[in-house]
Design a protein around this ligand. Structure first.
Ligand code: WQD
Length: 324
């Protein structure tokens, strides 16, 4: 029973591939390497190609006797999606349609989908439950919501069975420092704080400190990438066991502010984080954090690595890359 991992050379994908192989599962990775890193595969079986090539997808599924797919391959920059929306509709949404077409050609009907808490936009209430209204605030988030619906309707029309996992803020690196995030490919807070702290950039910009939060800065639910990887393995088992289609929030249920991330980073690195407070970033909600109780119930999964572990692992990873 092989698992096809699309985008397995990416940040969360590579941690998931490592988790699956560590559990003794057979994996085949399909990645275009347009934004992935071959080194992050750690020798996993790999085919370089695009999910839009449905004939290739079908061939890989047949050759490797794939039973389940974990679908990470997508563009994920909020800012880029608002500058070049067509690129996101084509790659993220049409790419998912093409992937599913290839899967069906090979009679593969189980998919775990990498969705995002961004589909909730600015939440009306907290913590966020899976039945909260979907109100994406950017094209990237909208593509994730549409991808969920494309997969849902492939379930209705062709019996595809699925789990959609809505990540909150993925962060951190592997505890042993072997895998981590490429700060040159990210606009997310944690890698940018690390970059500033390690002198690889100017001061990190704090987007507003006048929010209605305890210290005035934005609050998010940071979830360790290794906790996310474990959830994906459990989602595959959920489908293989014949359980129902489900959409699940993957978060800790705890909100952490920008300044708390900065202070924790200073403590982990033993040095100040240069920062400057600037205006709010348009579209940013003040506070976002998950109600992860459904994931606890359905997958018997809960996060185990808290903010201090996230920051310690990220600091270790980025410091070691600076020394390379
Ligand atoms: C976190 C907090 C910012 C950068 C986005 C996507 C979401 C997911 C994660 C893919 C906010 C503040 C940030 C900076 C800052 N991606 N910040 N200075 O916006 O919560 O979520 O990335 O799935 O889908 O929407 O993450 O890391 O950009 O911001 O002050 O240089 O840090 O205002 O409060 P976000 P983020």
């Amino acid at each position: 029973m092989t698992i096809l991992v699309t985008g397995g050379a990416g940040y969360i994908g590579s941690h998931t591939v490592r988790q699956l192989r560590g559990e003794g599962r057979d994996v085949i990775v399909l990645d275009s390497l347009e934004r992935g890193n071959r080194d992050a595969l750690l020798g996993a079986p790999f085919v370089q190609g695009d999910i839009s090539d449905s004939a290739l997808v079908a061939e890989v599924c047949r050759k490797h006797k794939v039973q389940s797919v974990i679908h990470f391959a997508a563009y994920k920059s909020v800012g880029e999606s608002m500058i070049d929306p067509a690129k996101y509709w084509r790659n993220n949404v049409q790419g998912t349609v093409d992937l599913l077409e290839g899967m069906l050609k090979a009679d593969v009907r189980q998919i775990v989908f990498s969705s995002s808490a961004a589909v909730y936009g600015n939440p009306d209430s907290l913590p966020i439950r899976e039945d909260a209204p979907l109100q994406p605030e950017n094209v990237y988030a909208e593509t994730k919501a549409v991808m969920e619906r494309v997969i849902h309707w492939h379930g209705q029309t062709h019996g595809v069975r699925w789990v959609s996992l809505r990540y909150f803020n993925a962060a951190g690196a592997s505890s042993d420092g072997v895998l981590g995030e490429n700060w040159d490919m990210s606009t997310n807070l944690v890698p940018l704080v690390m970059k500033a702290a390690l002198g690889a950039s100017g001061p990190v910009k704090v987007f507003g400190n006048d929010y209605p939060t305890p210290d005035g800065t934005g609050v998010r639910d940071y979830i360790h990438v290794e906790d996310l990887a474990i959830a994906h393995a459990k989602a595959v088992d959920h489908l293989t066991a014949g359980q129902d289609n489900v959409t699940l929030n993957l978060g800790t249920g705890c909100g952490v502010s920008v300044m708390e991330i900065i202070r924790e980073t200073e403590s982990a690195l033993g040095r100040p984080v240069p920062y400057e407070v600037v205006g709010r970033r348009p579209g940013d909600p003040a506070t976002v954090y998950a109600d992860p109780s459904q994931a606890h119930l359905v997958l018997r999964w809960t996060s185990s690595l808290d903010m201090s572990k996230i920051i310690a692992s990220a600091a270790n990873w980025h410091q070691s890359r600076m020394r390379e």
